[in-house]
Design a protein around this ligand. Structure first.
Ligand SMILES: NC(=O)c1ccc[n+]([C@@H]2O[C@H](COP(=O)([O-])OP(=O)(O)OC[C@H]3O[C@@H](n4cnc5c(N)ncnc54)[C@H](O)[C@@H]3O)[C@@H](O)[C@H]2O)c1
Length: 282
C-alpha cells in the first residue's frame, strides 16, 4: 500500500448512499462537520432532501438526489448529479443495506434476490458509478463499506442478510488490494446494534412486485437471543462512528462499533487456526 496523503478533508466531496436516515445520515453529518461537501443519496427522496437541507443550514455545502441502488441507471444518474452540483467525489460511503428476516426454509428466492441485489450489487453499482470520479482526483480518496457485525458473529433467521454482508466484505477487501497502489483507501465498517429505523425502512424500500415484506417479532427475538447483545449495547449511529474519521484518515481496513461480538469472532479465529494446525500436522 502506498503512503496515503494526509491533507485535510476540507473542501473535498463525500457521497453517502442511504444517507437519508440512521447511520448514513450520521456519516453525512460527520463529513460535513469535517468541512467536506456532502451528497446525500437515498431511495427516500424527502428524507435525503431533509438531511441535505439541515446540513446546508449550518453552512456546509450539501446536495441530495433520489437513488435506488437496485437500479444501475438510477445510480449512474445520481453520480451525474453529484458531478454537476459538487464537481467531484473523493469519498464514497456505500452504506445502503436492507434486511429480510426468516428461517432458511421461509426465506423465498425473491427475498434472496432482493437482499443480495440491493446489498451486494447496490455496492457494486455505487462503486462502478463513482470510482471514475474518485480516480480523476488526487490526494485523500476513500471507499467506506457498511458491512455488519453479523459477519463477525453470525446469528439466526437472517441468512440472506448475513450472506450479503459477507459479500460486502469480500468486495471491500478485493478493492483494497486493487486500489491501494493508486492511493485510494478502502475501509469496512462492522456496525452492531444501533437505534435506527432499519427494519421499517427495509419494509418500505422493498419493491411491491417482490411480494409483501414480512417483519415477524419472533424472528427478531430469536436473532437477538442468539447474539451477544444486551439492551445496554444498543447505541446511536453517531456514537457508533465516533472514531471513524481518524480511522479513515489512517486508512484502517476495519472499524468496529461495539465490543460485544469480540469473543464470538475470537472463536472463529481459534477454529481457523486449529484447521491450519490439523492440516500442517497431518
Ligand atoms: N441499525 C443497525 O443496528 C445495523 C446493524 C448492522 C448493520 N447495519 C447496516 O447499516 C446500514 C445503514 O442502516 P441503518 O441502520 O442506518 O438503517 P436506516 O433505515 O436508518 O437507513 C437505511 C437507508 O437506506 C435507504 N435505502 C433502502 N433501500 C434503498 C435503496 N434500494 N436505494 C437507496 N437507498 C435505500 C433507506 O431509505 C434508509 O434511509 C445498512 O447497511 C445496515 O445493514 C445496521
Amino acid at each position: 500500500m502506498s503512503e496515503l496523503p494526509t491533507e485535510t478533508l476540507e473542501g473535498r466531496v463525500a457521497v453517502v448512499t442511504g444517507g437519508g436516515a440512521g447511520l448514513g445520515e450520521a456519516l453525512a453529518r460527520m463529513f460535513a462537520g469535517a468541512g467536506m461537501a456532502v451528497a446525500v443519496l437515498d431511495i427516500d427522496e424527502e428524507a435525503a432532501a431533509a438531511v441535505a437541507k439541515s446540513i446546508a443550514s449550518v453552512g456546509a455545502s450539501a446536495t441530495s438526489v433520489p437513488v435506488d441502488v437496485g437500479n444501475s441507471e438510477s445510480v449512474a444518474a445520481a453520480a451525474e448529479h453529484v458531478r454537476a452540483t459538487l464537481g467531484a467525489c473523493h469519498v464514497l460511503c456505500s452504506n445502503v443495506g436492507v434486511q429480510q428476516f426468516g428461517t432458511f426454509e421461509r426465506l423465498t428466492e425473491q427475498d434472496w434476490s432482493w437482499v443480495l441485489d440491493v446489498n451486494v450489487m447496490g455496492a457494486v453499482r455505487s462503486v462502478r458509478a463513482f470510482l471514475p470520479m474518485i480516480r480523476a482526483e488526487s490526494g485523500f480518496r476513500h471507499l467506506l463499506f457498511t458491512a455488519s457485525s453479523s459477519v463477525l458473529a453470525p446469528s439466526v433467521r437472517m441468512a440472506c442478510y448475513q450472506t450479503s454482508k459477507f459479500a460486502v466484505l469480500g468486495l471491500a477487501e478485493s478493492l483494497r488490494e486493487e486500489l491501494g497502489s493508486e492511493g485510494i483507501g478502502v475501509t469496512t465498517l462492522f456496525p452492531a446494534a444501533m437505534l435506527t429505523g432499519h427494519l421499517d425502512s427495509s419494509v418500505r424500500a422493498r419493491p411491491v412486485s417482490l411480494g409483501e415484506s414480512r417483519l415477524d417479532q419472533a424472528d427478531v427475538d430469536a436473532m437477538l437471543a442468539h447474539q451477544p447483545i444486551g439492551p445496554d449495547d444498543v447505541t446511536s449511529p453517531e456514537h457508533a462512528i465516533r472514531n471513524l474519521l481518524a480511522d479513515l484518515k489512517n486508512d484502517e481496513p476495519y472499524v468496529m462499533t461495539h465490543g460485544s461480538h469480540r469473543s464470538i469472532y475470537e472463536q472463529r479465529r481459534v477454529a481457523m487456526d486449529a484447521a491450519f494446525d490439523r492440516m500442517e500436522n497431518s
